[in-house]
Design a protein around this ligand. Structure first.
Ligand code: C5P
Length: 189
């Protein structure tokens, strides 16, 4: 996931564990690739033999991806990036108000994958789509909108945080469903 801070102790994030991304980094390494893993906050161990860059916010993730892009053949955008961030960061912990409730204003984050895929020197871009309903329809719309040769669709409720995953690959030739497998096996497939 990414983490968008509100104040020193709070922020906006999501329930992604990072397991699918780390499994992909290992699988690509084992297939002989030189891998750079740009990772938001997770509880996972850094894979051996992979160049790992730790970031927190979506904008930091975009900067790290852009800085790592030269010479890359493939970009797999598997991170669950926050679409919005708080409009302002409070340097000190926000105190509880005793009259009324605070409001949170949001700003849109950059779309990392769409930004990279739109570059004239874009590597082969692979997207992910975690949807909670209408998975294939929403995922194919996302693939078209972000102009991706390959997108991995999965159901958010069963994929996020789990050790296994059931995916459908979407490309110009159509839909390619895979059986439910451990994320390491999904990554290899
Ligand atoms: O969040 P969403 O389901 O639209 O994500 C689809 C794809 O876009 C994923 O591959 C994700 O990594 C990427 N994405 C991104 N930057 C964002 C939001 C999503 O790169 N701000």
């Amino acid at each position: 996931p990414t983490f968008e801070p509100i104040d020193p102790v709070r922020g906006i994030t999501n329930i992604s564990s990072g397991k699918m991304g780390y499994a992909l980094a290992r699988a690509c390494r084992d297939a002989g690739a030189e891998v750079t893993l740009v990772s938001g906050p997770t509880a996972l161990t850094e894979p051996v033999g992979v160049h790992t860059l730790a970031v927190r916010q979506a904008r930091e993730m975009l900067a790290a991806v852009e800085q790592s892009l030269a010479g890359q053949d493939v970009f797999i955008s598997v991170a669950a990036v926050a679409d919005y961030r708080p409009a302002e960061y409070h340097e000190h912990k926000i105190k509880k108000q005793h009259e009324g409730v605070p409001t949170l204003s949001l700003l849109e984050n950059p779309d990392i994958l769409a930004t990279i895929a739109a570059r004239p020197d874009a590597p082969f871009c692979v997207g992910f789509a975690a949807e909670s309903r209408n998975v294939l329809e929403f995922a194919e719309a996302k693939r078209q909108r972000k102009k991706l040769p390959l997108l991995v669709a999965n159901l958010a409720q069963t994929a996020m945080g789990a050790d296994d995953n059931e995916i459908v690959l979407l490309d110009d030739a159509g839909q390619h469903p895979m059986p439910r497998m451990e994320k390491s096996e999904v990554a290899w497939a």
